[in-house]
Design a protein around this ligand. Sequence first.
Ligand SMILES: Nc1ncnc2c1ncn2[C@@H]1O[C@H](COP(=O)(O)OP(=O)(O)OP(=O)(O)O)[C@@H](O)[C@H]1O
Ligand SMILES: [Mg+2]
Length: 297
Amino acid sequence: MTEPAKATGAEPILEVRDIVVDYPGHPPVRAVDGVSFELYPGEVVGLVGESGCGKSTMARVITGLLKPTKGEVLYRGEPLPPLTARRRSPKYTGIQMVFQDPSSSLNPRRRVGSQVEDGLQAARARAAYETEEGGVAVGAGVKELTASQWLQRIGLSAQAAGRYPQSFSGGQRQRIATARALAARPSLLVGDEPISALDASTQARVAGLMCQLALEQGTSLLFISHDLSIVRLIADRIIVMYAGRVVERGRTDQVWNDPRHPYTKALLGAIPAPDGSGRMPVATPTGTVYPRDEISH
Ligand SMILES: Nc1ncnc2c1ncn2[C@@H]1O[C@H](COP(=O)(O)OP(=O)(O)OP(=O)(O)O)[C@@H](O)[C@H]1O
Ligand SMILES: [Mg+2]
């Protein structure tokens, strides 16, 4: 785990300020209710919380896929333009996302090798753009891997490159989507439950690998998960959401060893002792209501 750049006085790569998201309906659904946080270069932050608490909604806001009802997202200190059908400027391909459902993000008609190649091309285009602007691209000093090598690093065979997404399992597709995102050498990678389709024994290994590969190239990682026991292994900091709000945040060891909020305590209590290998409950038992006051360490 890295020393948070906050301590070194670096500028945040991502600032999320007072985000509110209402989905239309009668009445509208308030999915996110005033969330603010920052992510610093090279940091791994775990965003955890029960099903329906607003994690994927936050991921879509951060990557520009969804315009918030209120609030703003700053990427490298500037407002993030909305993602449109037009190709995104190389300036913003530094933000990559692994979606919760990889079947919707991989093109079924293209071989997976060429889809990972898209990531490599995005990295090259951004490196050229950064050089023109007088900056340095993330991972500039790191050796470029081929699409097959990326697939191998994430645990698939080199032959995988020649096959189509349908011939892979859900967990393998998640890994292909992760390889494509990492190949783009993002400065910010948002992983929305990137290991949820993997079996328990593979989850920790892939999460660790994802974290290691991101750190190798200086990527900041926002890792969204139900599973606090996995997040604990890789995150520098943890943010806990409940019913659209942040109810607790702090350094991983602090949140794990000394949780302040009753919901966090309930989450930790749900992990079977002594090995901590259990999973969070998908939802709190019906009728449980926790105070939503924010606690910041
Ligand atoms: N497109 C939509 N239209 C209306 N309501 C939505 C939409 N997407 C999400 N919601 C609602 O917003 C809330 C937050 O959803 P979100 O998908 O962000 O939760 P989540 O924390 O990612 O859950 P999970 O862990 O199950 O993936 C939920 O109450 C959900 O029903
Ligand atoms: Mg989700």
